[in-house]
Write a protein that binds this ligand. Sequence first.
Ligand code: NAD
Length: 450
Amino acid sequence: MRVVMIGTGYVGLVSGACFADFGHAVTCVDKDAAKIDALRRGVMPIYEPGLEGLVAKNTKADRLSFTTEPAEVIGDADVVFLAVGTPSRRGDGHADLTYVYAASEEVAKLLSGYTVIVTKSTVPVGTGDEVEAIVRRVAPGADFDVASNPEFLREGAAIADFKRPDRVVVGTESERATEALRELYRPLYLNETPLIATSRRTAELTKYAANAFLAAKITFINEVADLCEKVGADVQEVARGIGLDNRIGPKFLNAGPGYGGSCFPKDTLALSRTAQQYGAPVTIVDAVILANERRKARMADVVVEAAGGKVSGKTIAVLGLTFKPNTDDMRDAPSLDIVPALQKAGATIRAYDPAGQQEAQKHLSDVAYSDSPYACAEGADIAVIVTEWDELRALDLDRLAGLLADRVLVDLRNIYTDEDASAAGLAYRALGKPVRQEPVVRLVAGNTAS
Ligand code: NAD
């Protein structure tokens, strides 16, 4: 089939490359000329494992191409995906649909022959109706359907998620559109991937319900972690104890600094606004949003406490900046709350991230970046792990301890144990673990590391 992606970001580029790999003829369109130019030269605009090779393979096979000009490709397309951004609207938290509606108008003008226009962007219930109205107004004679096909891929594992999804959700108001999308996803039938065919509104809401549920799961375990610290319990053991229950499941039960990223914060907020608008408030989601904001704000206090009560005049090595490993995405990353709060408390920040430093520079100021975790720790007083990159999971703790003047490791992802850290002579603070009774300052007082 001939497929066009409008929007060549994290979702549009990965989806486009994967559809091409399924054998379809795909063109990815973006109005960002620098991005398209880079892609034509084989340079990826984002960090996503496996993407460069997939793009190269399918470009070479003439199944994948890139353009800034939708007019070159829309007329011939069977399916046009809208994969543009839907950020939070400033001021009220509703999803900002400006890009979706603008793209719909552009596409409408160029339609020729039967075309399925599909929102892959995460959009509030009713957006498909509005897209349909726009296209009808701009192109009254056009032969088209509007469908919703929300995307559930995770950055960092996006290709595997797209090619082996748990399910594909397809929301349409016409059998013809459903059949077109079934055809598009046919290669997944080999893996027996369930294709859930629903109404358009149901598909739109399914995406928000999924993200809100996952955000709630994370927030739940984060609050249990706080309670663990107070009562002397271990959140990792609690998580295992509940996660092995099939009704609960083990995923999304890692205590951490609060959820971030390009989806959960804006999608929970948008769902809450939609629910209010329709008079059916989702109070659980409202509580999740509030608890997560408080948690992100509180993480700097955890670091200050671990440093012995103040960080003024201290140098802190921040290890990991992106909202999760294997991506360069810094949108709403917890580090964007933690770093400025520590700076405000008087700390000097050095940072290391395997892929996010370039993006981080756009959001953070007065940070000295390093080439390795050890270079980052050299001359610092304490280290804080913010993102659980594999590279940071296997640190030489003896070496790290030797580089840190105060020998304090704050682990906001619980990737080490107190035993490992103590053996290296580090005072260790994780989340949701019994907090050592001995104050950190006393633990580090005897150390003479330079
Ligand atoms: P992104 O910001 O990375 O990419 C959006 C792209 O669209 C940009 O490159 C922008 O230049 C382009 N664009 C905007 N208007 C355009 C137009 N009229 N014509 C051509 N290009 C245009 O966004 P993203 O992270 O890929 O997210 C896209 C959508 O997918 C959002 O609704 C998001 O919620 C949803 N989603 C994202 C993820 C994720 O992990 N990032 C996962 C699932 C769903």
